[in-house]
Write a protein that binds this ligand. Structure first.
Ligand code: AMP
Ligand code: MG
Length: 422
């Protein structure tokens, strides 16, 4: 953390983003409960136990194309082969009775290979005439045929415990004949907004009031992170009330998230409330937008303790810190291995100056440059409160801690929004 010196002087130590995620992961344990869910409800759930294939996939050798099945041994060593056409096998038809010696069998995609046949010619390559077919030279043994168990063989590991199921995983389970799977219970995540200026949408807006955007943001992000949302509303900027509501919430959930009130202003009471209701582990992370993020526990050992993350107030800072700090922790609570979002290098279409020792995320849109490759354009109004900077852009560019000057044309990691909220 040697590079943090400049911010150290001004504000005291900043914690690196990875250190914060690692440290907070040590403070929480995966939820213990499991349940059996139907496949229709399995997407996004976390597998509680590893799954093995109970059958071969595909269960029988079959044709990958519409065409003609033959025994490779019946083909001429050189040049085309003419074989009489005998029999026809469509998908779903048992081919056990078909003769294959010295003949070609008409076959369709997904139909079982008649026994003895090992190779399929695509219909486009074959001329059928007067009850026989002319087969071109050059095909390899086994071409266009899919052996039993080619995809996955009976007994092989199919999916690991701790995997958060995606549509393709659910498809594999279905193909293997499963009707349901055992998954972990979803962690319950309580969310609060804090601030005397906040108004619930649908109510009249007072002179100094704004509508609460963060709870809607967090409800959606928490749900997409695979947790159950416990929406606890808006908290006033009143330290005793804050501490009391945090303590009440702790019994009913596995994690408490708040937004706002974690800075150093006189009306920022969340850290004090956390210290009163439990303990503060750290509160400053080297991330922009977002620097103030309070992490700690509500409740005091040896009694039950519940992890707590106090996110900043500005909506863009909430988005960024949720994506990079809260999501890894929710993943751990959910019992799944955290896979950091994937970034791809893109060319920057703008120069940038930043402070050393903190990681900055810049909202950008991608557009093709002169050579057709994507170039990142920075959104002009880049304040941490500007929500349209998130709605009108494609993702975030990451500028690493040691950087201070970045020139246009440099490459930087780009995170598409989809990967940050999945
Ligand atoms: P704070 O950290 O509480 O001082 O909040 C920083 C900024 O974020 C202020 O301009 C707040 O009005 C704004 N803010 C805080 N919470 C919310 C919220 N739930 N929805 C929209 N803006 C908020
Ligand atoms: Mg506030």
């Amino acid at each position: 953390m040697a590079q943090l010196s400049r911010d150290d002087e001004a504000f005291g130590a900043l914690m690196g983003v990875e250190d914060a995620a690692a440290k907070s992961a040590t403070l929480v344990h995966p939820v213990a409960g499991t349940q059996r869910v139907a496949l229709a409800d399995a997407d996004g759930r976390v597998l509680a136990e590893a799954v093995r294939a109970g059958i071969d996939l595909p269960p029988f050798a079959n044709s990958a194309v519409d065409g003609y099945a033959v025994r490779f041994a019946d083909l001429a060593q050189e040049g085309p082969t003419r074989l009489p056409l005998a029999g026809r096998v469509a998908a779903g038809v048992d081919a056990a009775g078909s003769r294959t010696e010295g003949v070609a069998v008409r076959i369709f995609t997904g139909a079982p290979m008649p026994s003895g046949a090992d190779t399929v010619f695509m219909q486009e390559d074959v001329v059928e005439q007067d009850g026989s077919v002319s087969l071109p030279a050059g095909l390899k043994r086994g071409a266009n045929a899919r052996p039993a168990g080619e995809d996955i063989a009976v007994g092989e590991p199919a999916l690991p415990a701790g995997l958060r199921l995606r549509p393709q995983d659910v498809a594999l389970l279905a193909a293997l004949g499963f009707t349901d799977v055992v998954v972990r219970d979803r962690p319950r995540v309580a969310i609060f907004s804090t601030g005397d200026e906040l108004t619930e949408p649908g109510r009249p807006l007072g002179p100094a009031a704004i509508y609460d955007a963060n709870r809607s943001l967090l409800r959606a992000m928490v749900a997409r992170a695979g947790a159950e949302v416990v929406d606890l509303g808006i908290l006033r900027d009143e330290p005793r009330e804050l501490a009391r509501r945090l303590s009440e919430a702790a019994g009913a959930c596995d994690l408490i998230l708040t937004s706002g009130g974690v800075s150093t202003g006189e009306e920022d009471h969340v850290k004090a409330a956390l210290a009163a209701a439990g303990s503060l582990a750290f509160w400053r992370i080297g991330i922009k937008p977002g620097r103030p993020v309070a992490m700690g526990m509500v409740g005091k050992a040896p009694l039950r303790t519940t992890p707590f993350i106090g996110l900043p107030g500005n909506p863009v800072a909430v988005f960024v810190t949720f994506a990079f700090v809260a999501r890894p922790l929710i993943a751990r609570l959910a019992g799944t291995a955290w896979r950091p979002p994937q970034a791809l290098p893109v060319e920057l279409g703008f120069p940038y100056r930043k402070k050393e020792g903190r990681r900055e995320y810049v909202r950008v849109s991608l557009a093709p440059g002169a050579d057709g490759m994507p170039v990142a354009r920075k959104y002009e109004r880049d304040g941490a409160g500007v929500l349209t900077s998130l709605t009108r852009t494609d993702g975030l560019v990451e500028l690493a801690e040691p950087l201070t000057r970045i020139e246009a044309g440099a490459l930087a990691p780009f995170y598409a929004y989809d990967g940050l909220i999945g």
